[in-house]
Design a binder for this molecule. Structure first.
Ligand SMILES: Nc1nc2c(ncn2[C@@H]2O[C@H](COP(=O)(O)OP(=O)(O)OP(=O)(O)O)[C@@H](O)[C@H]2O)c(=O)[nH]1
Ligand SMILES: [Mg+2]
Length: 283
């Protein structure tokens, strides 16, 4: 991998950051969503700056696709940095109870103030932030109990902010995913490409697949069952060739390492390979 950093900052992100700077003034709570498979790489220091001292709940999304031990370690790790830390599968189960519990001190404070000044009860305003594809819109749909925000497994689905009133306690603000401007460490960009949070062409597909295999090699037999890799060994080309054979991915009559690389990355992104993480707090 080259030593050069990666620069990637589309115009809509610049605009989103500007608008979030305005909205933050009226926000009571920030929910920062990070991908549980790489919470550190999916943190955006630009957002840190912008959010200042606002109360924050960190939510590790896609925990169903991450190594449960690593996720638990991350939850403990983030506890000192936020009002609350949650982890979950945003496509299943009910998140609203968790959000309520995490936000209850903030709601109580607001109610106290409203009572003191005989003001009408207002929902707290919650801004949902994070880099692209971590599940911001999915979180909002989950809390809302119906599909009000568009979602999709690629970066940049949400292009503009959207307020959504949930109930008398919550109004949520969906925001477009924003990435840091530069990645001094291209390793971070590689992880984000593997999560589908960044354009994939930071590296050629084959190189990216090899990086993924390197991450997975921390786990015992990570792909054996899924791709029938009995006796294939640890050589990356041999693994990719076996995957190509298993799935009938050919170039003419030859197993295609390129197509296998693409498939492997896609399945990881979709969380189909198994619960594997790219980062642990102790690494
Ligand atoms: N397995 C799994 N998939 C999830 C989870 N949360 C979100 N997804 C999927 O991840 C993809 C991205 O979700 P979105 O909600 O569109 O992400 P976003 O953060 O709003 O993305 P942008 O609008 O592009 O910034 C979708 O395919 C979701 O179905 C989760 O907890 N588990
Ligand atoms: Mg979105």
């Amino acid at each position: 991998m080259g030593q050069q950093g990666v620069h990637y900052f589309p115009g809509h992100m610049q605009k989103a950051l500007r608008q979030m700077k305005e909205y933050i003034k009226v926000i009571d709570l920030v929910v920062e969503i990070l991908d549980a498979r790489a919470p550190l790489s999916s943190r955006n220091p630009l957002l840190d700056e912008l959010l200042g001292g606002k109360p924050r709940v960190v939510l590790l999304s896609k925990s169903d696709t991450a190594d449960p031990e690593a996720t638990q370690a991350w939850v403990n790790d983030f506890k000192s940095q936020a009002e609350g830390v949650l982890a979950g599968n945003l496509t299943k189960g009910k998140i609203i109870g968790l959000l309520k519990a995490a936000a209850s001190p903030i709601i109580a404070k607001k109610r106290e103030k409203e009572a003191k000044f005989a003001m009408k009860k207002q929902p707290i305003r919650v801004m949902v932030v994070g880099i692209p594809n971590v599940g911001k819109s999915t979180f909002i749909n989950n809390v809302c109990g119906k599909n009000v925000a568009i979602t999709g497994n690629k970066a940049g689905v949400t292009r503009a902010e959207q307020w959504i009133k949930i109930n008398e306690d919550f109004t949520l603000l969906d925001t477009p995913g924003v990435l840091p401007m530069n990645y001094a460490q291209s390793e971070v960009a590689v992880r984000l490409a593997l999560l589908g949070s960044m354009r994939e062409d930071v590296l050629p597909t084959y190189e990216l697949a090899k990086e993924l295999l390197r991450y997975l090699s921390r786990y015992e037999h990570p792909l054996k069952a899924r791709f029938d890799l009995e006796g294939v060994g640890e050589d990356y080309d041999a693994i990719l060739t076996a995957i190509a054979k298993k799935r009938g991915l050919l170039d003419g009559s030859v197993p295609s390492i390129e197509k296998a690389s693409y498939l492997l990355i896609k399945e990881f992104k979709d969380g189909k390979l198994g619960p594997y993480s790219l980062e642990t707090p102790d690494a």
